[in-house]
Design a protein around this ligand. Structure first.
Ligand code: B12
Ligand code: SF4
Ligand code: SF4
Length: 398
């Protein structure tokens, strides 16, 4: 466990040792301390991110901008920030499943329990014990408030923000969840970690949707994690093929990082993959109704996006699968009660069946459709097919 807090003989050592011990007892894999004014560059970078619209439809980032940019605006009394990290390292290469087009790829962080639930209770316990021993007032956060967790973790020395913008650690690679305890206690801060990316750019080059306009900067609107989780509407057509079989989040830029060679598997059982979520069959997922969805994803982060958004993602994967056995299930979903699902089913079928068969489906379903987004999907897809047919004819004449 990295307890940089205990490495330095300094005033307040006893409190720091207590922090290290309590973090370990709570099951965290790293802990370190920083001060609320240790991230002077983060506010302007966050403002630029929002000004460029990179946050897409995540309005909550813009709405909380000032509090997020500065811990002291969020809580004026805060004097020190204890940052904790929990390892969720997988026991396999999460990219292996990308070659199995009949299966859905759920990102590593979502293959078991929601990390918010796992970490929040432990952070509260740890904070409670610190207050009992050392006094002061505390607030705990794990992505539950406007806090810039990555720059704070870098400032505390837990790792550095890699070119993919996530925190990378020399001990754990990319696979760390972050959380923090804000306290009114004055605790000596640890030294920040340095950038160890060097000339590497593997994470930038591997991104299937070209989501990095520059190193260290992410345009979330292009990120598969955003497109499959945060985005509530239809997935923009330009990204659908690149999404492949990723049905919830994406791990490519994390998984490719060479620093993962030092990573170990998650020791917390609640963060190790559930067998049934490692490589679920698309055929099974396409059959989920609301009750079955809730039951399958009970306690998992996937549950938060709801059945309709999830089915939208599964249909995109089905459309990319070239698996004709999925056609009947996609056909059934053309009549789903959710327009989001119906629209994605239109696209999936346009990719799976031949043009004449698709034309028959259009004759059957398009006239009864009333939702504008689904009608736009029919129109877009049929226009695309006609365009392709004209292209083939022209090529044939040449
Ligand atoms: C919004 C959000 C998202 C958005 C946007 C991601 C993003 N990079 O901003 C989306 C939905 C895309 C997303 C995806 C993921 N997320 Co997320 N997300 C967040 C959240 C809530 C806020 C992040 C934020 O503040 N973004 C705003 C930008 C401006 O801040 P930033 O990323 O720190 O940007 C910095 C860099 O751009 C840098 N920078 C800019 N210019 C320059 C120039 C130079 C030269 C340098 C050096 C730096 C630099 O400065 C900025 C400020 O520090 C955090 C939780 C939290 N409260 O912090 C989790 C969090 C970042 N997510 C997390 C995870 C696990 C993921 C995914 C891996 C999930 C998945 N498998 O699908 C992906 C990874 C995608 C990626 N490459 O980032 C973890 C990351 C843990 C870690 N080790 O870093 C966090 C910390 C949650 C947690 N508590 O553990 N996420
Ligand atoms: S999570 Fe996937 S889509 Fe998002 S930036 Fe990383 S590689 Fe690109
Ligand atoms: S893949 Fe390379 S550039 Fe990206 S975070 Fe890891 S070391 Fe840095």
């Amino acid at each position: 466990m990295r307890t940089s807090t205990s490495e330095r003989p300094a005033r307040g050592d006893t409190l720091r040792q207590l922090i290290a011990r309590e973090a370990e007892r709570a099951g965290f894999d790293a802990v370190a301390v920083t001060s609320p004014d240790a991230i002077p560059l983060a506010p302007s970078r966050l403002r630029q991110f929002v000004a460029e619209g990179f946050h897409g439809s995540m309005d909550w980032i813009a709405e909380t901008l000032e509090r997020r940019a500065d811990p002291k605006t969020l809580w004026p009394e805060v004097r020190s920030i204890i940052v904790v990290a929990m390892n969720y390292g997988p026991d396999n290469d999460p990219r292996d499943i990308l070659a199995r087009s009949d299966r859905g790829a759920i990102s590593v962080y979502a293959q078991n329990r929601d990390y918010h639930d796992v970490m929040k209770g432990r952070l509260k316990e740890m904070a409670g014990r610190l207050v009992a021993r050392a006094g002061g007032d505390v607030k705990v956060f794990v992505d539950t408030a406007p806090v810039m967790e990555k720059p704070l973790a870098e400032a505390a020395g837990i790792g550095w923000q890699g070119k993919h913008s996530n925190l990378v650690s020399r001990e754990h690679g990319s696979w760390l969840f972050l959380g923090s305890i804000f306290t009114t206690a004055e605790i000596p801060a640890d030294a920040a970690e340095e950038d160890h990316c060097g000339s590497c750019r593997a994470c930038l080059d591997v991104c299937p949707t070209d989501a990095f306009p520059a190193p260290y900067r992410l345009d979330a609107r292009r990120c598969i994690s955003y497109l499959t989780i945060e985005n509530k509407g239809p997935i923009p057509a330009e990204f659908r093929q690149a999404i492949g079989n990723r049905i919830y989040g994406c791990d490519d830029c994390l998984a490719v990082c060479p620093w993962n060679k030092f990573a170990t598997q998650a020791s917390e059982a609640k963060l190790s993959a559930r067998e049934d979520l490692r490589e679920p069959a698309l055929a099974d997922l396409l059959a989920l109704d609301d009750a079955a969805f809730r039951s399958l994803f009970s306690g998992s982060p996937v549950k938060r996006i709801g059945r309709d958004r999830f089915l939208r993602n599964v249909l995109i994967a089905a459309g990319n699968s070239a698996d004709l056995t999925l056609v009947p299930a996609c056909h059934t979903l053309l009549a789903d009660t959710s327009p989001l699902v119906r629209g994605a089913a239109v696209w999936a079928l346009s990719r799976l069946v031949a043009a004449p068969e698709f034309a028959t489906l259009a004759l059957e379903h398009r006239p009864g459709e009333t939702d504008e987004t689904v009608l736009a999907e029919w129109a877009g897809v049929q226009e695309g097919l006609a365009h392709r047919a004209r292209g083939a004819q022209t090529a044939g004449h040449a």
